[in-house]
Design a protein around this ligand. Sequence first.
Ligand SMILES: N[C@@H](CCC(=O)N[C@@H](CS)C(=O)NCC(=O)O)C(=O)O
Length: 202
Amino acid sequence: MKIFYTVTSPIARKCRIISRELGLMDQMEEVITTTRSEDALIMDHNPNGMVPTLETNEGFKIVESMAICNYLEKQSTSKEFIPQDEKSYWQIYALDTIASQTLESIVSRAREKLYKPAEFHFPAGIKHEQRRSTRTFDLLEKQSNAFSNTFNKLHVTIGLACLVLDNVFPDEKWKENRKNLVEIYENFKERESFLDTVNKTS
Ligand SMILES: N[C@@H](CCC(=O)N[C@@H](CS)C(=O)NCC(=O)O)C(=O)O
């Protein structure tokens, strides 16, 4: 398998971290690309020009991080990372779908802040996105007893969302009253899969 990623994409990093947690790295080639230019390598593999993009051994191209993670789970024999009983599996799956929408919103807000000239920032739109993550973080904190003693894809999504907030929006007080999420974030940053995917080129 091959995964195409950019060194700055937290969403691609999610798939790279999960590949490691699932014990798939001996079957995975990681290929760095850029995006947003016609001559970028990714254009030959995904006409949408987005990462992550996974190429299977048969040459199929799978895009969308959640679809890629589903594919990766099917390739793995790991029993630790994937909740084994049906109810917990879907409980984590459901929460991860919510957390993933929030991660995408935070990533897109970060991209605007970092790369769009200030005169194009739209304060009402930014507020709307901030409220989205506030509501999700409240929900996750409230339900965290259901998952705080485990480690699975939900923790990766939460960890990356916290990381982008911490790095790009240090003034947003997302840690207040979120003791359990902060603990998940701190534990996440110590994992080998996290450390092994730190952007070493910057
Ligand atoms: N829904 C997609 C979002 C992926 C995404 O936003 N990728 C960004 C990098 S973080 C990208 O490839 N941007 C390039 C572009 O917009 O042209 C997923 O979950 O995989």
